[in-house]
Design a protein around this ligand. Structure first.
Ligand code: GLA
Length: 385
């Protein structure tokens, strides 16, 4: 198996701003970012880790929406938005105490996933001819950075304009991955938009793929399934998978398949069709290729929930995203309002590099080298109509 090493360069330094500034680790946005008029942030105590370290919960409000984030795993705990009548609901699946996030399994509700979101075939990869083996935790494959991924650590929090930035230093060899990695996730709230800015550096050649695994149910997290949500994807192509949900390497057109969401369609409309890709994944659990230039912030998905009128637009600089219809939620987790999270009661748009990129020379490279900075941005814009 060959590493992605010598292929296309990582999208380092590319950001939704002037490239020269970004190469210096700055962005024009950051330089000129103004404090939002109605922005408020509150920090509260939220229990302790198994080691007795204090966990905090950050509540951010913009006057329009409210989000909560914890420094444990940099989890996005809650998103509260009004419907078309102004009635506010929790639209992100989550737990009402830190225990839900400390316990396993927790389906990665709101988790920041690293070092490598999604799957790596057989947990093996090579960089510059050197082999690495990371733990197998999903059938024969590695999933979401291994059993003790970035979602299992207390991150260091720092207040920034309109939000909070979390930093985690993962030591060389952590979960089998080479290089000391410093990862940062900055959450900011600007009016109706939640922005996630990710960055990572390393001191040895390594691979990286960071995402947030937040599940949405725009009816309200305790209000039934997500099958009636209407989805429009800015994606002409996807990466088909095999029985272990590993990409075959093909980059296939969505045209003529139930993965064609180029015009708005309800998630549930074709989810049970007799189509091999849906059957292999028990529904939608596929990486879509975002149209347009990776590195520039462009629309990935727009979702509307017809009854509440809530809308969500997801934009990203990443090359892809996983549309996941919550197929593996099985009623084992109890959400913050006391309801069990049954199959398909939440969906994710996990913006990401392509799964298993180290094994596919035709996928964008996920190799990160010393001296480079991986940067990516994803925004979630919430509304009602
Ligand atoms: C990702 C994967 C899914 C599943 C969830 C976690 O979305 O693609 O197959 O493993 O994470 O339950």
């Amino acid at each position: 198996m060959q590493a992605a090493a010598a292929r296309q360069p990582m999208r380092r330094g590319i950001y939704d701003c002037n490239t020269i500034f970004c190469r210096q680790g700055l962005s024009l946005r950051r330089l000129f970012l103004r404090k939002e008029k109605n922005f408020k942030m509150k920090k509260s105590s939220w229990g302790k880790t198994a080691d007795g370290a204090a966990i905090s919960l950050f509540t951010l409000t913009s006057g329009k929406i409210e989000v909560q984030i914890t420094d444990f795993g940099a989890h996005l705990v809650a998103v509260r938005t009004p419907d078309r009548n102004g009635s506010v609901a929790d639209i992100a699946l989550g737990f009402n105490s830190a225990e839900g996030y400390l316990n396993r399994p927790n389906a990665y509700l709101g988790s920041v996933v690293g070092r490598y979101a999604n799957r790596i075939a057989k947990g093996h990869f090579a960089i510059d001819g050197k082999d690495y083996q990371v733990p197998i935790n999903n059938g024969p494959n590695a999933l979401h950075g291994g059993p003790e991924g970035f979602d299992r650590y207390l991150w260091k929090a720092e207040e920034v304009t309109n939000g909070v930035e979390f930093t985690h230093v993962s030591p060389d060899g952590d979960m089998g991955f080479p290089g000391t990695m410093t990862a940062r996730v900055r959450y900011t709230l600007e009016g109706d938009t939640l922005r996630l800015g990710y960055s990572a550096t390393t001191d040895k050649p390594t691979i990286v793929n960071l995402t947030n695994h937040v599940y949405f149910n725009m009816r309200g997290d305790d209000d039934g399934d997500i099958l009636g949500h209407v989805v429009e994807l800015n994606a002409d192509k996807f990466t088909p998978v095999d029985g272990g949900q590993i990409p075959t390497g093909e980059i296939a057109p969505v045209a003529g398949t139930p993965l064609d969401f180029r015009t708005p369609k309800a998630i549930g409309e074709r989810i049970n069709q007799d189509y091999d890709q849906l059957k292999l994944c028990r529904g939608y659990d596929h990486n879509f290729v975002v149209n347009g230039q990776a590195g520039s912030l462009r629309q990935a998905a727009r979702v509307t929930e017809p009854e509440s009128g809530r809308t969500m637009t997801v934009e990203t600089t990443e090359p892809g995203f996983q549309l996941y219809s919550g197929n593996f939620l099985n009623g084992a987790l109890t959400g913050r309002h006391g309801k069990k999270y049954e199959p398909r009661t939440g969906f994710c748009v996990e913006t990401q590099q392509f799964p298993d990129a180290p094994h596919h020379a035709n996928f964008p490279s996920t190799v990160l080298r010393p001296g480079e900075t991986m940067r990516s941005t994803t925004t979630f814009r919430f509304g009602a109509e």
